[in-house]
Write a protein that binds this ligand. Structure first.
Ligand code: FES
Length: 578
């Protein structure tokens, strides 16, 4: 049901002085110092998050987006008020961006609560930013609309389209293998990210933007419009107009992000061959709403939903091509039989109405039909076994098919430092049939669960032409990466998970069809090794690191802080039958 409340504008959430009239008097006095008059302050107040940073090229267009939103807000009689929050870029976040996601969620949540806003436009894009913003939005009743910054355009190298960051990894692999020289790798470096915007493959940023649109938290078209196109700004102006209507007739994020809407997003995750990271983020967003994202049900979805979008890293094309094919709404049209169509969206219409209103009369380049898919089943699978009692995940759509059932000898690296020191050693005892194991790279282990699950192929094997191996870890992987890579092994090694007791020479069996990852060591031996191990999880004496290490949850709970999680009372529903 849609609740109706009057906007409270500048008068809400007054600072505590023990005299509310004085608090308002003071607030008005100060805001007038910025040049706002009483007439402006009587309007609905629309907050706009400013996540621009010189360290965040994925958000390089945020100032223009803000101006466009402001125009739309003013056209509809609202008052735009822009405020800063943390901005996180993947390559400028030490130790990892994931370590900071919860800090951004806390920052955004509390600033939305602290300031007198009737509704908020959340502008995000780079991988962790929109998840953090939605975690914040899920915790309160203020209406919000998300604007993704949008994908970059592609570059070109020797007549070939190039994109961040699948091609970053591909060319770096060639450089490591000695296939290209320093001049060529430097030249590629100039072209991988030719405009502002988010990575233009179906990496984490594009995946999240698509899932958010499917969930109804952004206006149609939001996910795929390139960052530097004028249409991105016209879309932002539309958001500005619509958010004022939402402020006057609120639909809260809780009314939109229902278990059914989250399931719609998960269906899209499979159909776009999206990023494994999205599972952790959507687990965290759902948990904020008291909803359990059941990974086994997610896996069942994957056995029915085909991959329909031919984008890198699982396919061949880029986000600008998805845009040319009509964007995500064209994909949703194809997925219509599986979707919960009566879910409400921020537009005030249901998802079904929005899909029906979508027109595309071109010829699709990258969107396939369900009868002629890119890959016959969903892109991700949930695994479990004695080495991953609470689960693990693999993006099998971008794995080498012959490795999806594989038994191999473990070659173990006990940490990222150990990996860095030994992976390229000519003395490393490794063959292409071995299984590379990385320990202590989970949420607490590293800390911040780095995107280190894409272990490099040892140099001597890469030079011999080996392109893929089975690799397993408690780490994450960039959504732009590819290979036969098992991630998010839970519980992590540093928190006492059995991954910690794997030794060089043990045998590991991966069977994706059976959804199993198994350490071929007896239960008694595993117990004995765990007792001998006596793991003490990492800790810190003070500061954010102490808060993080003492409260971060494991991947199956979304890696949120444990004190931020409400009681789980609902679950995502089972798949609608087609
Ligand atoms: Fe920001 Fe890829 S680095 S989206």
């Amino acid at each position: 049901m849609i609740s109706k409340i009057k906007t409270k504008g500048i008068t809400q959430g007054l600072t505590s002085y023990g005299d509310t009239a004085f608090s308002l008097f003071l607030r008005k006095a100060f805001i007038k110092a910025m040049g706002y008059g009483d007439k402006a302050l009587d309007r609905p107040i629309i907050g706009i998050t400013n996540t621009f940073s010189d360290f965040n090229p994925c958000h390089g267009n945020v100032p223009q987006i803000i101006r466009a939103v402001e125009r739309g807000v003013m056209q509809s009689g609202g008052m735009p008020m822009t405020f800063p929050t943390i901005s996180i870029h993947e390559s400028f976040s030490y130790p990892t961006s994931m370590y900071l996601r919860n800090l951004m969620a806390l920052d955004t949540e509390e600033m939305m609560r602290a300031q007198p806003v009737d509704a908020v436009v959340l502008i995000g894009g780079c991988d962790k930013t929109i998840p953090a913003q939605l975690m914040a939005a899920a915790a309160q009743d203020i209406p919000v609309i998300v604007i993704p910054t949008g994908p970059m355009l592609t570059g070109e190298h020797k007549g070939e389209r190039l994109g961040a960051c699948t091609d970053c990894r591909r060319f770096w692999g060639k450089f490591r293998a000695g296939e290209i020289d320093q001049y060529e790798i430097d030249s590629v470096n100039e072209k991988l990210a030719p405009t502002t915007g988010t990575c233009m493959v179906m990496g984490t940023a594009s995946t999240i933007a698509c899932m958010v649109e499917a969930m109804g938290m952004s206006l149609p078209g939001a996910a795929a419009i390139p960052a530097v196109y004028a249409e991105r700004l016209r879309h932002s102006e539309d958001v500005g107009r619509r958010i004022v209507e939402l402020a006057k007739e609120p639909i809260s994020p809780k009314e939109i992000m229902t278990p059914e809407a989250i399931t719609n997003a998960l269906i899209v995750l499979h159909a776009i061959g999206g990023s494994t990271n999205a599972l952790i983020h959507f687990t965290a967003i759902a948990a904020k709403l008291g909803i359990k994202l059941d990974l086994k049900k997610f896996d069942e979805l994957g056995r029915k939903i085909p991959v329909l979008v031919d984008l890198k890293p699982s396919g061949s094309f880029y986000m600008e091509h998805l845009y040319e094919d009509g964007g995500l709404m064209s994909v949703l049209k194809e997925l219509k039989p599986w979707l919960h169509l009566d879910c409400m969206t921020v537009s005030g219409k249901t998802l079904g109405d929005e899909i029906d209103a979508h027109q595309f009369d071109g010829i699709s380049k990258v969107i396939r039909t369900a009868s002629d898919p890119v890959y016959p089943v969903g892109g991700l699978a949930y695994l479990s076994g004695n080495i991953a009692p609470r689960g693990a995940v693999i993006k099998h759509a971008s794995a080498m098919p012959k490795l999806l059932k594989h038994r191999g000898r473990a070659v173990v690296f006990s940490s990222l430092e150990d990996l860095t020191l030994r992976i390229d050693s000519p003395d490393l005892d490794v063959t292409a049939d071995d299984v590379l194991v990385l320990q202590n790279a989970g949420p607490k282990g590293s800390p911040g669960m780095p995107e280190a699950g894409y272990l490099p192929i040892p140099k001597k094997l890469a030079q011999a032409g080996v392109k893929d191996m089975v690799r397993i870890s408690d780490a994450r992987m960039s959504g732009t990466a590819f290979g036969t890579i098992v991630l998010h092994i839970t519980p992590e090694a540093a928190d006492g998970g059995p991954l910690a007791i794997v030794r060089n020479g043990d045998y590991i069996e991966l069977d994706v069809d059976a959804r199993s990852i198994h350490l071929d060591v007896s239960d008694e031996e595993i117990k004995l090794r765990l007792t001998q191990l006596g793991t003490t999880p990492p800790s810190a004496k003070s500061g954010y690191r102490k808060l993080y290490l003492s409260t971060v949850t494991q991947a199956d709970l979304g890696c949120d802080f444990d004190f931020m999680l409400p009681e789980i009372t609902r679950e995502t529903p089972v798949l609608k039958t087609k």
